[in-house]
Write a protein that binds this ligand. Structure first.
Ligand SMILES: [Zn+2]
Length: 187
């Protein structure tokens, strides 16, 4: 069996009928978390529109062009140890211009067969802080409904992606992203 099934906080997170005594919140599973833009994007968040354009710079929900840099919205998969669940952390990765063009052509329906590319993580992830963009590998999405996956090539993030993170680390990540669920899982 999955060891986390024994953790009452995990049971409450995944039970759609659970309601927090203090505020009534219920979760019914893992909460999605992520960044709306690369950390270096200077023009603010995408709000109600589909596209934020400032001069030649462009931000959409999927792509970002800033100066001579090109980014795609992707996810860092982090398996949760003791469960079958994988937390998908929404992030932005920079690609070379050539790889970005190949990615966009493939993503916009021409299906040119984008097979992945070297990429750099452009957000500072809680628990995995980096002083510089982290070298990664971008893997194509497994279906149209999914985002491409970003896999670190070395270091603590690569280790976490291979071995998983603990439920407590997941709750720490949530808290660092402004969603501290810990008080709401006390039963
Ligand atoms: Zn509460």
């Amino acid at each position: 069996m999955n060891l986390l099934a024994l953790d009452s906080r995990w049971q409450r997170l995944n039970d759609p009928t659970y309601a927090c005594k203090c505020c009534g919140r219920s979760f019914g599973g893992l909460v999605d978390m992520g960044f709306g833009q690369p950390d270096c994007w200077p023009h603010g968040a995408l709000t109600d529109g589909d596209t934020l354009t400032v001069g030649d710079d462009v931000l959409t929900a999927d792509l970002c062009v800033f100066d001579d840099l090109r980014f795609v919205h992707c996810v860092v998969p982090l398996p949760i140890r003791g469960s079958d669940e994988v937390f998908l952390f929404g992030v932005w990765a920079s690609l070379s211009l050539e790889d970005f063009k190949a990615y966009v052509l493939d993503a916009t329906g021409e299906k040119t067969g984008f097979a992945g590319a070297a990429a750099w993580l452009m957000n500072d992830l809680p628990l995995f802080e980096n002083d510089e963009p982290l070298e990664c590998s971008l893997k194509p999405a497994e279906s149209d409904a999914e985002r491409p996956r970003l896999m670190a090539t070395s270091g603590p993030l690569a280790q976490a992606q291979a071995e998983g993170i603990s439920f407590d680390q997941l709750l720490e990540i949530y808290a660092a992203c402004g969603e501290d669920l810990r008080p709401h899982l006390m039963g």
